[in-house]
Design a protein around this ligand. Sequence first.
Ligand code: HEM
Length: 409
Amino acid sequence: MATTIPDELTWPDSFPTRGHGLPPEMFDLLRRERPVARVTFPSGHRAWLVTRRNDITAIGSSRSFSRDLTAPGGQRIAGDDFNSVPGGIFNLDPPAHTTVRRVVQPFFNPAAATALQPVIARAAADLATTLRNGPNPADLHRAYAHPLAATLASDLMRVAPRQRRKIVPRLRSQVDYTTPASTIETSTQWMLDFADEVIDAKTAVYDGTSEPRDPVEALIRDHHRGTVTSEQMHGTVMYLFVTSAEPITGPVSTGVYTLLRHPEQLARVRRDPRLWPTAVAELLRLHHNGMTSMPRVALTDTELHGIPICSGDAVITPWVAATWDPEHFKQPDRFRLDRSAQEDPAITFGTGPHFCLGVNIARIYLETALSTLFEHLPDLTLAAKHEDIAWEPDTYLFTRPVELPVTWS
Ligand code: HEM
């Protein structure tokens, strides 16, 4: 257990893992003793790491911090990953960000998410049935969590699953901060080429005049109208492919792992399925999202807890540090279904203009994926001691076990 804070913090060495997909103890120590801490990342760049919930929400919502780090030499964690792509929705500041977000928003609003629910439920039921009839024990991640998320991404973006599968190996190097910078750069280019391919294929059959059927067509239409630039269209399509499967793959595996380790709470949710939204919110609060978050850069000189943050300085605001702040979440290391209304876990999805675009879909998806699995395999258990289950390193943006061995009778 970390008890002292080194003078020079480096990522990831100064942040030894707590294991089990939980954030490093160093976050707790920093939150108490050094809430604004200088950290050096594998890229060699330095940033201020902020670990208190109120500071994190304030920075996420503030116009004094920019998400545009696309200029050459801009802040990087390990290399030129998707933060370096000009025009991508995530890398834009208002007002350009507001324009692009409005174009794609209809495909992510509550009604669109509700319309996807039966599609997700059918795919989940099919996969759960195949799992039950297949080899026992099995790796839940490979047999269920991964293929189900890939189905959603293909449905949402309306691309053939075969086409989408091509990008999966590239995604991994984008979100693992131990990948060499040259590999990250190649995979970013590869992802952009993939976005071009999808845009070209859709442009061949969609002229931008009829009602768009997916976010890519919406961007094509607004590009034709002159409201979205070519860079914004390409960058945003690429970003939508990064986000539409990776962030929901891990939570199914971590969700099953955590629920199986808390059988009384699982039994409660199964007795009263109205508790699934609470269970999903608490699972996400505990395990997600990412140990680092995306960097932001200060646009003006400011000060936080007596530390001067100068214009141009980068800031890192891990959302999982916010959802583990004991000032706001009692016993943050516990999985609890009885949190009060004040212990609002929505911060898992960020704050401010970049608040997760996929929040409605992610919630409905996870509630459906987990409830369907436990309906089909009510006596599911872990097929290994939980201590023996290996986790992806904390340097991996999306937490999850490497494999999740499960069994049933
Ligand atoms: C449980 C799963 C998910 C979690 C925990 C999550 C979390 C987040 C967070 C924290 C942010 C803001 C980051 C920041 O401002 O630094 C974000 C942004 C975003 N998320 Fe999610 N996300 C999830 C699922 C999804 C899904 C399924 C999609 C797409 C279908 C998606 C699409 C996006 C997009 C496009 C943005 C950028 C929005 C913008 O820049 O306006 N997310 N997400």
